[in-house]
Design a protein around this ligand. Structure first.
Ligand code: GTP
Ligand code: MG
Length: 207
């Protein structure tokens, strides 16, 4: 079991030369604007607003880097390890109200990040559980596969659909994306659905 015990904001970057040097493995969050990236990071890190959230989409226009300290426990609650990882909040893509040039800039920013971050070990691609597969999400998956980066698809805002229908929604997404149901995880920051499972994925990746 993984427990996040400390986290701090390191820096924001637009260009590659601004990325912090890091000795740690990295886990990144990506997805369309307003899908809930920053909210999920805050819940995961147990911090109210380390990542800025907003009801106005497109708030996070920078790549934000955080340093996170974790402790690992076994089933008997004995401490079996500890360490740090780096967590990245990527800017949301596909916000309709920004200009095409701005959208292109965002795309280039994400592409550069994916291409030039060897520390990156897992990308969490967030999609809204209620929305059908989007062209930009599919593009993102194509890029991840081209660079052979491990990823899981996180269906956010699971509290917005009846609990008994979550599996049906995930099956629908899995069909649309052409991915196994096992590559999807439903989460909610309101009722904490899926947070434990997400921590398990992080643990598998980091240890
Ligand atoms: P950008 O930074 O613009 O890319 O957006 P983001 O993906 O970081 O989204 P953010 O976390 O700012 O959340 C957007 C809105 O969705 C906010 O109003 C959140 O309160 C809401 N939200 C996020 N997660 C959940 C959730 O699990 N359930 C519900 N009901 N609302 C959520
Ligand atoms: Mg955000």
């Amino acid at each position: 079991m993984l427990k996040i015990v400390e986290s701090e904001f390191i820096t924001s970057a637009v260009e590659k030369r601004q990325y912090p040097e890091s000795p740690f493995l990295e886990i990144a969050f990506a997805g369309k604007s307003n899908v809930g990236k920053s909210s999920l990071i805050n819940v995961l890190l147990n911090r109210k607003k380390i990542a800025k959230t907003s009801s106005t989409p497109g708030k996070t226009r920078l790549i934000n880097f955080f340093k996170v300290r974790v402790i690992r426990y076994n089933e008997q609650q004995e401490r079996i390890g500890e360490g740090f990882f780096s967590l990245v909040d990527l800017p949301g893509y596909g916000y309709a109200k920004v200009s095409k040039t701005e959208r292109e800039k965002w795309k280039a920013m994400i592409k550069t990040y994916l291409e030039s971050r060897p520390e990156l070990r897992l990308l969490l691609l967030l999609v809204d559980i209620r929305h059908s597969a989007d062209h930009k999400d599919k593009l993102m998956i194509e890029m991840l596969e081209a660079y052979q980066l491990p990823y899981i698809i996180i269906a956010t805002k699971a509290d917005k659909v009846p609990k008994t229908t979550i599996n049906k929604y995930l099956k629908g997404l899995s069909r649309e994306f052409g991915k196994d149901r096992g590559e999807f995880l439903a989460v909610s920051v309101l009722n904490k659905t899926g947070i434990k499972e997400m921590l398990e994925k992080l643990e598998e990746t980091l240890f």
